[in-house]
Design a protein around this ligand. Sequence first.
Ligand SMILES: *Cc1c(COP(=O)(O)O)cnc(C)c1O
Length: 372
Amino acid sequence: MPDTSLYRAWAQIDTNAMKHNLRVVRRAMPQHALMPIVKAEAYGHGLEGVARALDDEDVPFFGVATIAEAARVRDAGCKTCPFILGPCFPAEREAIVQNEWRAALSDPAEAEHFNALGKLYGKKVHLHVSVDTGMGRAGLLPHGLGEMADLLPRLEHLHIEGIYSHLSAASEDIAFTHRQIAAFEQAVQQLSQKMSFQYRHLCSSSGVFNYKVPCTNMVRLGRILYGYSPMPSPYNKELQQALTLFSRVTLVRTLPDNHGVSYEHTYITTAPTRVATIGIGFGDGYLHYLSNTGARVYLNGSYCPVLGRVTMDQIMVDVTHLEHVVPGDVAEIMGPNVPWQELTARAHTIPSNVITSISSRVPRVYLSGEEG
Ligand SMILES: *Cc1c(COP(=O)(O)O)cnc(C)c1O
């Protein structure tokens, strides 16, 4: 592990927690393959570090959002194939074909183009048919399935490896989710008359523990991989959070009564107050929306409230009640004592927003020795 003593803020990543979380899901659904999602800097955990740590976990794909992320998986030396989850630009298809990455297929013209590229480069193009069952973001609408079913068997350079869709409200609208599941089953059945799919996948973290989709044999895991399950389930208590965000005290002073703290003085002391300045701000991903929300950090065994606005590089916390605080002391910003759900609620956002906001200025420190 690197020496963190001069880091103002860093994220400690426990890749064993992620491996454990994969085992929890495997136990819940032993028949399903697992696709860890490593997009968006692996939800803030560091793309290369996470991809390398999970490369031997017997997973067929790593989910990514862009060609650049796919290239980073490859350049990290991983053998696991990147799967690009959303639509790609025509100019990106060449890289997909040459690298044999997996991509979504959402319209006939795209299929023809991929087929032509496959011919040009002498490669099979491995694609997953994307079906829009209600998310309204990508894929074929149900009325387009017939044309695709007729076209695909004629495109000899394509290997249609899978079919998938995405749930839009699994945690909120059970009735609608069941309609999406029915639409997916219907699409799989309709297209299976013309081709066969090695992988059929619908559920991501909201969904895996709560819905049965008999025609599927793979699930895509983002939040659950990192320790957060968005829906109630008996498995949730077994999940382990993989990331702890730390920062250090840079200065400790006593401010007099009636002294403003931070921009625009949204907080003013009402008594002499011991204030610690801490080296993390919204430039590191500690959201500005946490200003004046009762947000707190965990420092030397107790909670210390954040005073006034979050600034770009620093926050101020009240340490009047602490016996001993000196520069260099470590504060937990997010982790076992300050769960990301707490920050999510205070910032009025969603958990993925909190963790993907952790910026590139924050070094990722891997407990189990992977490099970032
Ligand atoms: C981001 C993404 C996921 C991962 O979602 P989680 O809810 O975090 O598990 C799965 N599938 C698709 C298509 C995505 O874009």
